[in-house]
Design a protein around this ligand. Structure first.
Ligand SMILES: CC(C)(COP(=O)(O)OP(=O)(O)OC[C@H]1O[C@@H](n2cnc3c(N)ncnc32)[C@H](O)[C@@H]1OP(=O)(O)O)[C@@H](O)C(=O)NCCC(=O)NCCS
Length: 168
């Protein structure tokens, strides 16, 4: 059973910090560029809790905290927001957890935030991420050619950024 829970106070950060320092989990995220600690994560989360342009949720699988989904860049004028997500506990990859969590976040976005559109961006190499978006009926609407650097060590190895969106 998959649930998402809106974060409105600091939660236990032990797993979260571990996930953010796991190079496999952050391979296709700019989080890979930083070293994460309890202090940095507490600061990040306090900022998110106060932010007017973000709603951040824990993902639970059978009551286990396994990942995070965020509705970010909430734009009250244009009525849009971006969905971002990760399953930090790799034991739960490939079980449909992200697809279900995104589905629940979409319900929140369309019903509570009443947005017109939700969008998402992924590295082209991140096929699993594209799958969870297409499973949720997102449409591929754009490709930013060689937009992203793949390795910290090389300026030459680049990847396309794919843009997806879903209307209500
Ligand atoms: C991407 C991610 C969120 C997917 O989460 P998940 O819970 O495993 O996703 P789901 O199980 O709902 O679906 C993943 C699908 O991709 C498939 N998949 C996984 N790795 C794949 C790969 N390398 N190539 C092709 N398909 C792949 C799975 O088989 C599954 O498809 P299926 O349901 O048809 O079998 C998760 O792997 C993750 O958190 N990765 C690290 C962080 C990240 O990349 N976040 C997204 C940034 S845009």
């Amino acid at each position: 059973m998959i649930k998402i829970k809106l974060i409105n106070k600091i939660v236990n950060l032990n797993d979260w910090v571990k996930w953010l320092n796991d190079k496999e989990v952050t391979k296709y995220s700019e989080q890979r560029l930083k070293r994460h600690t309890h202090v940095s994560q507490k600061k990040f989360l306090n900022k998110k809790i106060k932010a007017k342009d973000s709603k951040i949720f824990q993902i639970f699988f059978n009551s286990n905290f396994v990942g995070v989904v965020e509705l970010g860049n909430i734009d009250k004028f244009h009525n849009t927001c971006e969905v971002m997500y990760f399953i930090g506990n790799k034991k739960y990859w490939g079980k449909g957890v992200a697809a279900s969590a995104i589905n629940l976040a979409l319900k929140y976005a369309f019903k509570k935030l009443k947005v017109y559109k939700v969008f998402a961006g992924t590295y082209k190499k991140n096929v699993a991420s594209q799958k969870v978006l297409t499973k949720n009926k997102f449409k591929l609407v754009g490709k930013m050619k060689n937009h992203l650097r793949v390795l910290k060590s090389s300026k030459k190895i680049r990847d396309d950024k794919l843009i997806y969106e879903k209307l209500k």
